[in-house]
Design a protein around this ligand. Structure first.
Ligand code: FEO
Ligand code: CA
Ligand code: CA
Ligand code: CA
Length: 663
């Protein structure tokens, strides 16, 4: 069920990457030496969340606060199947906001028996994913959420099939997609937060798929590939779709990744034949009118029929930027950052002042990317900074292992040098309006970025999810969630960066830019964590005693607290437990000492982890609770959070004794 609703059953469909790009085993350069890890330092990195001494005007590179690197001391939460959110002893947790809670003036509370698109547009959306909390002073903040997708089977009493939904129900689903901005306040002097309920809440906002305009900018905006009958200039798209993870910029905006957008369209078989290869490369069905797991949105809005509006597909799959401090600002889609199945984007300011965004394309055998802005960050010039993501250079990653290919046997056994690691290069795809890929224009590189990555021989990875620089060390961490097709049939086999065939549990990549320069074109990398049951010899926790770490499977989102501890949330635990949130130091003797901090109810994924800069609160988005095969609203597999039917919701955890999170 997760597969069908979340990603259009992507794993049940053919792998879209048929480029034949090599795995590392084919390109390993024997004799390369690992370079020493380079200390990037904190300059240029920052945390802009509640608890940091920053507001939108003051946002800029700043010294982080709230703690020092070192051991985490909370008691790990054991694997479990409980229908609740479980936190360590000494912690408390509470729901902050749920699907259907009214957030706009005059909005009605959720009534599943009488839900309409109009009601939903005033309410918090479904399936909260990425979370950001931007400061409005010490005790107020703006919670920005993605609403990635909908579970119609859990939303509508009497649900039978997607095909049987009424147009009105489809419009409810479209209204429940998108993003929300909700003003929160601290509850007393605690780590608990709740929505501001009284008085004006001028920042509260819903962005949906029904009618919210987004301005396309950057080199591909206005190109013929982005023009449609409804938008002959190719500059305004309606709605944002399948928003997965994201990031907060140093100038106080939120980035959001449009991910599995293909599943919402039909009619690819009747699209112009010249578009079939690029449509197929992004997973759009081109051999049948109705893909197996189609949501049939063309019944509500004709633009989702590619036979009639083939370019509508090109208007999704971008990185979106939203300014939550300006409720009237038109959100934007930045074509300069390429079109992928974007997990998200995380920004760091390089020493040179250029802004660098790291990004993953979440599908089996897809690539890692980064964007370097043309212009430089200016502290206290927000107007200037709001345009930094409109032009720059887009790169894709090629990784080379430093061990002989014969030592990477696909089992996860470490090579003779004792580590999975090596070197890498960022291959330029486009700079400004100049393409670096022979035979492709800049607009084509940006609209069909996967094809550009194929052309330059990028390294196929095991589903790149979140990619995020540490605000303390500058090292970049990527979650490779899993890839059960690695090494199967004719698919690329294990290589040093993806060292297990039939990879069920995923791994974490640590990338260190040479010289600590985020704008550079070379780096070193290693795999500090290879996930699974620590009793499984194919797992690795940076050499830490495996008997002391928590089992972890399918890492998805990564986050840092202000002390530089790495927090990892999971999606799709393949070890029989509910998904959870984990934390580990990444420096010093405790590196790799991973522990589970929290678990979510059955069927749910743990999303959007966020540790406030004052170390007093941890937020998670509990996405799709009860999403279990066969479960429906009438026959739920979870009744969290209220004991009746499952509702996606945001949870905050804190220490009632007022102490810092994790220690
Ligand atoms: Fe929406 Fe990549 O998970
Ligand atoms: Ca090695
Ligand atoms: Ca995922
Ligand atoms: Ca995700």
């Amino acid at each position: 069920m997760t597969c069908r609703y979340r990603c259009g059953n992507a794993c049940g469909h053919p792998v879209p990457n048929t480029s034949g790009n090599p795995g590392l085993g084919d390109v390993v350069a024997a004799g390369l030496t690992r370079r020493g890890l380079i200390r990037a330092g904190a300059a240029g990195a920052l945390v802009l969340t509640v608890g940091a001494p920053a507001g939108p005007a003051a946002a800029g590179p700043a010294t982080t606060t709230g703690g020092r690197p070192g051991a985490l001391t909370f008691t790990p939460v054991p694997p479990n199947r409980a229908d609740r959110v479980t936190v360590p002893p000494g912690y408390d947790s509470a729901v902050v906001i749920r699907w259907g809670d009214p957030i706009l003036p005059g909005a009605q509370p959720l009534d599943v028996h009488h839900q309409t698109a109009r009601r939903q547009l005033g309410q918090y959306g479904y399936n909260n994913d990425f979370l950001a909390l931007l400061p409005l002073g010490r005790d107020r903040g703006l919670l920005v959420s993605n609403h990635e997708y909908t579970n119609e089977e859990l939303m509508f009493p009497g649900f039978t099939t997607l095909e049987a939904l009424t147009v009105g129900q489809i419009e409810v689903a479209m209204a429940a997609h998108g993003m929300s901005v909700v003003e929160l306040e601290r509850a007393g002097d605690t780590g608990r937060w709740r929505p501001v309920r009284c008085g004006r809440r001028p920042y509260n906002r819903r962005l949906s798929m029904l009618a919210t305009p987004f301005r396309l900018d950057g080199p591909a905006a206005g190109s013929p590939l982005l023009r449609t009958a409804a938008d002959p200039h190719g500059r305004v798209a309606i709605g944002t779709l399948n928003n997965c993870a994201g990031g907060v910029t140093p100038w106080g905006t939120v980035l959001s990744g449009e991910e599995n957008v293909n599943q919402y369209f039909v009619g690819g078989d009747q699209a112009p034949a010249g578009l079939h290869p690029s449509l197929a490369r992004y997973g759009f069905a081109t051999t049948a009118r109705y893909p197996e797991d189609s949501r049939r949105w063309e019944r509500a809005q004709e633009r989702f029929d590619l036979a009639k509006h083939p370019h509508e597909a090109h208007r999704f799959g971008w990185i979106v930027e939203l300014d939550p401090y300006d409720p009237r600002a038109t959100p934007r889609k930045h074509t300069a950052l390429g079109r992928l199945k974007h997990e998200g984007a995380n920004v760091v300011v390089a020493r040179s002042g250029h802004v660098v965004a790291y990004m993953g394309d979440d599908e089996r055998f897809e690539y890692l990317y980064k964007f370097v802005s043309d212009r430089t960050y200016r502290p206290h010039d927000r107007r200037h900074n709001l345009r930094l993501l409109e032009s720059g250079t887009l790169y894709v990653a090629k990784l080379t292992g430093d061990s002989p290919a014969g030592q990477i046997d696909g089992t996860g056994t470490l090579p003779a040098d004792g580590a999975f690691g090596g070197t890498g290069t960022w291959i330029r795809l486009v700079r400004g309006t100049r393409s670096s890929v022979p035979g492709m224009t800049a607009a084509e590189v940006l609209t069909f970025t996967r094809l550009a990555g194929d052309a330059v021989g990028a390294t196929t990875m095991d589903r790149p999810e979140d990619v995020q620089p540490s605000p303390v060390t500058g090292k970049v961490y990527a979650a490779l969630t899993k890839n059960e097709d690695r090494g199967l049939d004719t698919f690329p086999g294990a290589d040093e960066a993806n060292p297990r065939n039939a990879n069920k549990h995923g791994h974490i990549l640590e990338l260190v830019e040479d010289g600590g320069d985020h704008t550079g074109e070379t780096f070193t990398w290693s795999l500090p964590i290879v996930c699974g049951d620590p009793a499984d010899p194919s797992t690795w926790f940076a050499g830490y005693d495996r008997s002391a770490v928590s089992p972890i499977s399918c890492p998805d989102n990564v986050a840092f607290d202000a002390a530089g501890h790495l927090w990892i949330s999971t999606d799709g635990n393949a070890l029989g437990s509910n998904d959870g949130l984990f934390a580990t130091p990444m420096e010093g003797p405790e590196r790799g000492h991973l522990r589970q901090f929290l678990t979510v109810p059955p069927g749910a994924e743990t999303c959007g982890p966020l540790i406030t800069a004052d170390h007093r609160s941890v937020f998670v988005a509990v996405q799709h609770p009860g999403e279990v095969d066969g479960a429906t609203w009438d026959n739920p597999a979870s009744t969290w959070p209220d004991g009746d039917f499952p509702r996606p919701a945001v949870v905050v955890a804190w220490r009632p004794d007022g102490g810092p999170i994790g220690r």
